[in-house]
Design a protein around this ligand. Structure first.
Ligand code: SF4
Ligand code: SF4
Length: 338
């Protein structure tokens, strides 16, 4: 992997001298559109060995997390039960231009410290990758390049300042962005607001066609429960949990039995419903047209990405304001129609 300052992210590079042209990378990549590829709902969902709605029974963990704090609690239990010796987690490195960094946590407090979302690719050495025995993965709606964070800092007037805390999500659900600077400035912004109107435009093209929304290769995949009944009632956070392997299922059930998490079964159709928007957008980017709403949304993202690529921040600000109003209107119309 090499850092591309043009794209503000890590990009893979192939050593052509060693490549055997086996095609494995091409055929396993979930972002490439291929002719006659199965893009059914079930292909998106991946294997399911159990699905639940749940949250950490520790209120502080739940409050600090991006959604229900389930991954944090599962990791703490796995550590205490000696299923793992340590967990690869991502922490924010503060300072001017704060960046996320992968670290190995060996205590519950280190795991808690690293909880909640980070929005940037981090690197892992091959040695660390080889020693991973359990994969707890997140649902993924796309990962913005680091330019997304830089744009956000600029828009909020703290670019170039020493940042002492940058928390992308947390503080209940769906959470908020929290930025603190060394000179005492504290900024808060609601999560859906800054994600939809900033980060989305910095998501690489490959993420927009990605079919790995539900993290198909994890032992346990976890994500936000974007379901009407949760959105209307929950301000603390609830996660959707999918166990894919037997090992993953045992871990969730052990955590439930030992009281680390509270879970209740949920149907596959509700799991799918929770990420319907992202799946529809990915299908639309793959050329499968669905509704007028998704077509407008895709057009909005395309134009926003073009402006973001030019780095004309004031124009992006104006575009943001305009599309925010447009989105509100579209949602209102959709509600009226349905
Ligand atoms: S997976 Fe196969 S095709 Fe891809 S880089 Fe490696 S050797 Fe080459
Ligand atoms: S959307 Fe897909 S390609 Fe993009 S970061 Fe997520 S899993 Fe990776």
């Amino acid at each position: 992997m090499t850092w591309s300052s043009r794209h503000a992210t890590w990009v893979p590079s192939i050593n052509m001298g060693r490549c055997r042209s086996c095609g494995l990378c091409y055929f396993t990549c979930p972002t490439i559109s291929r002719e006659n590829e199965d893009v059914s709902w079930l292909r998106f969902l991946g294997p399911v060995n159990g699905s639940w709605l749940g949250y950490s029974t520790n209120k502080l963990i739940r409050w600090k997390a991006a959604s229900g704090g389930v991954i944090t609690s599962l990791l703490i239990m796995a550590l205490k039960e000696k299923v793992i010796d340590g967990a690869v987690v991502v922490k924010m490195k503060t300072g001017v231009n704060p960046v996320p960094k992968a670290v190995i946590a060996t205590t519950p407090s280190e795991i808690i410290e690293a909880s909640t979302s980070k929005y940037c690719i981090v690197l892992l050495s091959a040695n660390v990758q080889r020693s991973i025995c359990l994969h707890l993965g997140l649902f993924c709606g796309g990962l913005p390049t680091y330019n997304g964070t830089l744009y956000l800092l600029t828009r909020l007037g703290v670019y170039g300042k020493a940042i002492t805390d940058l928390t992308y999500r947390g503080g209940g659900w769906p959470g908020r962005l929290l930025i603190k600077t060394s000179d005492g400035v504290v900024i808060k912004s609601r999560y859906p607001q800054y994600w939809d109107n900033s980060f989305l435009y910095f998501v690489p093209k490959c993420c927009l066609t990605c079919m790995d929304v539900f993290n198909r290769d994890a032992d346990v995949a976890v994500g936000d429960a974007w379901l009407p009944r949760i959105i209307e009632t929950d301000s603390l956070g609830t996660s959707l949990i999918i166990a894919r392997t037997e090992r993953g299922k045992e871990l969730v059930e052990l955590a439930r039995d030992k009281g680390y998490i509270h879970v209740e079964p949920i149907s596959i159709s509700e799991v799918m419903l929770s990420q319907l928007h992202k799946v529809l957008i990915a299908k639309e980017f793959r050329g499968e047209h669905h509704t007028a709403y998704t077509a407008v949304e895709v057009a909005r993202i395309r134009v926003g990405r073009a402006i973001a690529r030019m780095r004309v921040w004031p124009l992006l600000n104006i575009y943001n304001q305009f599309t925010t109003q447009l989105l509100k209107l579209a949602r209102y119309m959709r509600k009226l129609i349905s």
